[in-house]
Design a protein around this ligand. Structure first.
Ligand code: IUR
Length: 452
């Protein structure tokens, strides 16, 4: 067997690593018998020279097998599904999609992440609900899937330990943005959930990991191939991420928007994503014959209230008091009797008459991050109440002085610079209705037929 320096050299010189070589590397990472500098050197060699799709599939398989792989009761065969998003601004899809899928009879062991930099995290959103416990053991996850159908939890210690080590080293060696390393990290964790089907929401645009559609497509195709190579039916949607998803950004405001969506009052873009991602899963698992039937089934579960009941049951199963869950899910709920509200609110006003041509989600996210809604380093706390609500839509005609953004903040108040930066997120135009027509969010689908 080659030594670690030999393996690094082979990759550094552009060679393809064999299955045995990748297996040896991941084994040494997992049992911590490799030096961090060697791991860093190998990751940099992979960043520089890339990996073939076959190498990426082996890397992913070995990462997945580095820890516990979940197993489910036989009766759930074909029913265990999940989705992953590459992250965005106001991306609250999971909170609606997981209960919608549970309402359609699926089992959803959704293992989610926390927010970092400008992207929000599903776990932070849920933790704005007092009592919601995202830390559940594998046995507890099984129990909740059995009784409710879905749970949304944090990564457990035993799943994919190799990813924890590799991600830590990637973070400090500027090797995060490597297609094979991203694919290995994302798909190994989903593989360890032993899913029948996985849907990926790969975003492109100024508030996304990849700014252009072509790069996002390349990542999506790789993720789909590698997911299928592990035996999970995997498909993807490419969706635009320039503004915000829905109208709310910030943890507790996003929870309120999700509850409203589950009560049938959701914004069109959020519902489109929920329906398409859910519909793809229903199609991939064979319970509907085409995507439009899948979309309808998901939509019915939301509009008819079944998904809201699942969300309520999930909250209770994950530690929220029956009274609080009941209040949040009631019609005309007084949300802030349960969810903390920020100390201060302020309206930002439009500087002129015009049509709303653009709202830059990246700018909103960056300023809200500075005001405490996000974190810069993993482990830092976030302020759940800080956020913003968009009061206008693309294409809308506005008069000078109209309120366009409701900012929720704590002390200290935003600086004049921060307010003017927020104002710069809004672009007004005249007679631009043609360009400003809201477009669909999902631009392309990648089918599970993409194979290695
Ligand atoms: N999310 C992951 O789980 N892994 C990664 O490498 C990235 C996002 I980038």
């Amino acid at each position: 067997m080659s030594s670690i320096p030999d393996l690094i050299k082979k990759k550094r010189d552009g060679g393809a690593l064999s299955d045995e070589e990748i297996k040896a590397f991941i084994a040494r990472v997992t049992d911590k018998t490799i030096q961090d500098c060697q791991t860093g050197a190998m990751l940099m060699a992979i960043w520089q020279k890339g990996m073939t799709a076959e190498e990426t599939a082996t890397l992913t398989q070995e990462m997945m097998s580095s820890g516990e792989v979940m197993s489910w009761p036989k009766e759930w065969a074909g029913l265990v599904v999940d989705k992953h998003s590459t992250g965005g601004v106001g991306d609250k899809v999971s909170l609606v999609l997981a209960p919608a899928l549970a309402a359609c009879g699926y089992k959803v062991p959704m293992i989610s992440g926390r927010g970092l930099a400008h992207t929000g995290g599903t776990l932070d959103k849920l933790e704005s609900i007092p009592g919601f416990n995202i830390q559940q053991s594998i046995d507890q996850i099984k129990d909740i899937m059995d009784s409710v159908g879905c749970c949304i939890v944090g990564q457990t210690e035993t799943l994919v330990p190799a990813d924890r080590v590799l991600y830590g080293v990637r973070d400090v060696t500027s090797t995060v943005d490597s297609l094979p390393l991203i694919a290995g990290s994302i798909i190994s964790k989903k593989g360890a959930e032993s899913l029948s089907a996985l849907v990926l929401d790969v975003k492109f645009g100024r508030a996304a990991l990849y700014k252009d559609l072509d790069s996002a497509r390349e990542l999506a195709q790789l993720l789909v191939k590698v997911g299928n190579s592990l035996g999970m039916r995997t498909g993807a949607a490419l969706s635009s991420m320039d503004g915000t998803i829905g109208r709310c950004v910030g943890n507790s405001l996003e929870v309120i928007e999700c509850l409203e969506t589950l009560k049938g009052n959701g914004p069109d873009d959020l519902m489109e994503l929920v329906q398409i991602l859910g519909g793809l899963l229903l199609e991939m698992t064979g319970s509907v014959s085409d995507l439009s039937e899948g979309r309808r089934r998901i939509s019915d579960s939301v509009i008819g209230g079944a998904a809201l009941s699942k969300f309520q049951a999930m909250m209770e199963a994950q530690g929220v008091s029956r009274e609080a869950a009941g209040t949040l899910c009631s019609a005309h709920a007084d949300y802030h009797s349960v969810l903390r509200r920020a100390e201060h609110r302020r309206h930002l006003e439009t500087p002129a008459d015009g049509d709303v041509v653009d709202v830059d989600g990246m700018i909103l996210a960056e300023v809200l991050h500075q005001l405490g809604a996000g974190r810069s380093k993993s482990g830092e706390p976030v302020n759940h109440s800080v956020g913003a609500k968009l009061l206008v839509s693309l294409g809308q005609k506005v008069k000078k002085g109209a309120a366009w953004l409701e900012l929720h903040y704590e002390d200290p108040a935003p600086t004049a610079d921060q307010i003017s930066r927020l104002q710069s997120a809004l672009t007004l135009g005249t007679d631009t209705q043609q360009d400003a027509q809201p477009q669909t969010v999902v631009r392309e689908l990648i089918s599970p037929q993409e194979r290695l």
